[in-house]
Design a protein around this ligand. Sequence first.
Ligand code: GLA
Length: 742
Amino acid sequence: MGIIFNEKEKLFKLDTPNTSYVIGIVGSDGFLGHAYYGKKLSDLQGVKDLMRIYEAPFTPDTNARDRLSFLDCFPTEYSGHGVGDYRESSIRVKTAAGHSAVQPYYVSHEIYKGKRKLEGLPATFGAEDAVETLAITCMDPALNLQMVLEYSVFADTDAIARSVKVTNLDENALYLEKVMSGCLDMDNRDFDLITLHGSWARERHMQRLPLGCGKHSVGSLRGESGHQEHPFMAVLEHTATQTRGDVYGFHFVYSGNFQAMAEVNQFNQVRVLMGIQPEDFCWKLEKGESFQAPEMIMTYSANGIGGMSRSFHELYRNHLIRSPYKNKKRPILINNWEATYFDFNEEKLLDIAKEASQMGIEMLVMDDGWFGNRCDDNRALGDWEVNEDKLKGGLKKLVDGVNALGMEFGIWFEPEMISPESKLYEEHPDWAIAIPGRTPGLARNQFVLDISRKEVRDCIVEKICKVLHSANIKYVKWDMNRPLSDIGSACLPADRQGELYHRFVLGMYEMQERMLSEFPDLLLENCSGGGARFDPGMLYYSPQIWCSDDTDAIERLAIQESTSMIYPLSSMGAHVSVCPNHTVGRNTPFETRGYVALAGTFGYELDVTKLSEEDKAMVPRQVAMYHQFNDLVREGDYYRIASYQENHLYDCFQVVSKDKKESLVFFVQVLGEPNMHSRNIRLQGLDENAEYALWDVTVEPGKELLQETEVSVKGDTLMYAGMQVQRMWGDFKAKLFYFKKK
Ligand code: GLA
């Protein structure tokens, strides 16, 4: 890791363990250009030429008559607006006089150890010896607008975190209408684009397409990152695979409206941009005021998609997740949502807990329906007081009862919401986000609270903390079950209504921060109608996020594959549920459901008292399996071997311990194929020279979890020649292979 400034060449070189990123200052005006991002370079000779500045007539100092031609092809670090770069801009304003143009010019820079916090926002962090930062100050002198671009590099990870802070140094107020967090210009190298798309119960399915001319974007206008598109993009060589080829990954550390775009222009140059969605965004900057844009992560891998995944995993595990649980085995929980929905009382919950505790399950999570008059999803959001008709004797009694069984207790909240039928709404109808004169749209019969207002945040946080103080509660599931609409705040002036979407996100972050500082040992799991707010921003607050309301093991293969392409397995909330599955009606073997959930946080979401004897007997075996393998799954390196999303037949992935002494291979045969007797899979990440013994894993009651086999194979054989997986009889069959260095 290191950042240098070459004074003579006016080049900055930012190094991570295996990559270099080069920025240049060009011309007497001080244009800030992008020269290179890729495999680590040993020095800077010749690198300046990559910015095309010696190509006549595109040299601004010597050819002012063609300044527009220069700007329209110059690979820039942060694109301006309205002065000649006709590609997508990074920043746009509205001045008092009605003008929108901006152009950043280099002024000064600072290189410092460590990384500063981004006020009010989640962001990566690191100690002074683990991270180094370059802050480049740019100005638009015509506007008196300052833009500070920050880049941080990490000693242990091939990732660069960047962000932008904009300050109005003028006498007059100015409106910021667009501010991207990062821009990257490169020449197109026959690139493909990977983006993630989905819906409720079908989150983050992967799309890979050749990157053609024009603009390609994903985004959200829902006030959250959303089920539909993900704040992520990968630009990769068309021939890149899991193990080979150049891959650039971009991810946005933010949980609200976003836009990510890749544009291919007339000269076959690619521009990638990522930031807050400019639509419906307008932030007023009075004299001296600043706006801090959220952080964007960039990673480059010369070793295919797998290399990108492992860089993101390392970065998030070491420099983004703060929770004291991040390196710990989480308690195996059982959640009552799919078991009871709203139909429960303390007796039912204690029945579930009693049975579950005997099977080794460690925590009961009481989901939606425990508060106010919440007998269904039509009412009571905001009334965060325990419903004692349902839970006789109150919450403490229930929690004590669960604790007496040797289990911990967790609880569900949906703090950002308000039901029209609630005491809170009766008292504060203006607390709902709405536009005067327009009936606000309902979703799941609820409105969104205007948490841009401090008094609203104070009231809700106080209510939550009161509940959490009232009993021994170790876990919170923080849900958010509808998108924002009808954007209007009763408190913001007309020219600040365009700030509401972002102020909402800042408000939510502040609420989580306050709850966590009051309960620092709380295990927080974020959730949003399943995985609609599964993003790096939320990971800063909670070490795990509920991945999807779809608990079907086969659908989960796709969801979890794309999620784990970016996020560590330890962050994916995954539970075993009953069949026929409540979302798709599919029947899958209980073992398979367990193996798929093992690849995430692992837990249960069913009524254990109603399980068949056969399945019941398997639960303690699955519990043992979790204890055996969770350290490896949580902390190991992740390798994708085969994708069910691509081949529609089988799925295979692997985790390898950091010391390469252990590895666990997950294989799911989604469809049985006729006359197909075995399948060759090539493992990855092992020690070439070591010999590995193979252990079969079984959750069959009465048998040892690990079954010794005769097989003992060298790492190079397993990786380069592979191993044969025998066909299993039927669909949805799964198998785990455990390898241990001899
Ligand atoms: C959302 C969550 C579910 C459950 C319900 C409760 O859909 O994703 O897990 O908590 O809300 O209403």
